[in-house]
Design a protein around this ligand. Structure first.
Ligand SMILES: Cc1cc2nc3c(=O)[nH]c(=O)nc-3n(C[C@H](O)[C@H](O)[C@H](O)COP(=O)(O)OP(=O)(O)OC[C@H]3O[C@@H](n4cnc5c(N)ncnc54)[C@H](O)[C@@H]3O)c2cc1C
Length: 306
């Protein structure tokens, strides 16, 4: 017989941990599944300066505190990879995981999303040392210096404009000569005197000893190489939500994110989603926590009404 829970939370990042705190404190039989390390992306972040209550905190410290705080009301934690969810006739959900089957009356999906990487030399080595995927998080570290933004969609151009609040010059590198970004966003970027464009170019390498110093660009048409000075590089070439286990269960949006209403309810009763895995615009620690709380309270209401 599979182990049975009131609520299964999938993903041990800020959204999942906040949900676990509220669900277990409400005395619901709660399990939280995490396939790698509790804390999610927070555990992998260098320094965080925009989480209320902490003027400046190492990501690993905040992740540990969130985990310890959320687990103190008795939620069961499981290191396991969720591979599929299916409804069962009792009205519950069966969860297939790398460590076996379990059942829950409600499920909160908080599996986050990953920024796509360029896969070029220097990117992994200099991550958090000049290579960033989040302008809101890291922009203030680049006051008065030259930086590069990679990408041609709304996110890339919007963040390039945002980063001109700090950087002295922002070079937008895009492999095509046309942008996917909306006309209005393009206009904002083109009208900003600090934004320069390197179009028809790709990043070949990110260079530097202990931090980013230069970025090597290659022209797509000619193969010609140019090195430009930059102390930071912000990469916006798309995001990949972790939702493959939901295929066939609910309709995801065109990029694979989960649509919900304001109470984090999906179209399927009993199935909730919170944090970066949701279809939304702002992806931050504080918003993920808030959505985890909302999802846990909505799930609690759902269980009462069952
Ligand atoms: C480099 C970087 C720096 C950032 N800096 C900041 C910052 O300074 N301030 C800020 O507010 N935000 C920052 N962010 C954004 C912030 O980290 C995210 O918005 C937040 O972590 C989202 O929380 P989440 O719980 O939704 O998802 P995540 O943190 O991504 O957690 C999801 C968890 O689910 C697990 N998981 C995924 N699939 C499965 C599965 N099938 N089975 C089991 N477990 C699974 C993952 O292993 C992961 O631990 C940063 C992000 C990055 C990448």
């Amino acid at each position: 017989m599979p182990e049975r829970y009131d609520i299964a939370i999938v993903g041990g990042g800020p959204a999942g941990l906040a949900a676990a705190l509220y669900a277990s404190r409400a005395k619901l039989r709660t399990v939280i599944l995490e396939r790698q390390a509790f804390g999610g992306q927070v555990a992998l972040t260098g320094v965080i300066e925009n989480y209320p209550g902490y003027p400046s905190v190492a990501g690993s410290d905040l992740a540990q505190k969130m985990h310890d705080c959320s687990m103190r009301f008795g939620a069961t934690e499981l290191i396991a990879d969720l591979t599929a969810i299916r409804p069962v006739p009792s009205g519950s959900f069966a969860l297939e995981t790398s460590v076996g089957l379990l059942e829950a009356r409600a499920v909160i999906v908080a599996t986050g999303s990953r920024h796509r990487e360029l896969g070029v030399p220097g990117e992994a080595r200099l991550r958090n040392q000049g290579v960033s995927y989040c302008a809101v998080c890291d922009g203030p570290f680049y006051e008065g210096v030259e930086i590069v933004v990679v990408g041609g969609g709304d996110s890339a151009l919007q963040e390039a404009v945002f980063l001109t609040e700090y950087a002295s010059k922002v070079t937008v590198v895009h492999r095509r000569h046309e942008f996917r970004a909306s006309v209005e966003v393009q206009r904002m970027a083109r009208n900003n005197s600090k934004v320069r464009f390197a179009l028809g170019q790709v990043v070949q390498e990110i260079c530097g000893q202990d931090g980013v110093e230069n970025v090597v660009l290659r022209e797509v048409a000619t193969g010609q190489v140019e090195t430009i000075p930059a102390e930071g590089i912000f990469i916006y070439v798309g995001m990949e939500p972790s939702t493959s286990f939901l295929r066939g269960l609910i309709q995801l949006n065109s990029e694979g994110f989960i649509p919900t209403d304001g109470r984090m309810r999906t179209i399927l009763p009993g199935l909730f989603a919170a944090g970066d895995v949701r279809e939304k615009t702002v992806r931050q620690i504080a918003t993920a926590c808030g959505e985890g709380v909302e999802a846990a309270l909505a799930a609690q209401e759902y269980l009462k009404g069952q």
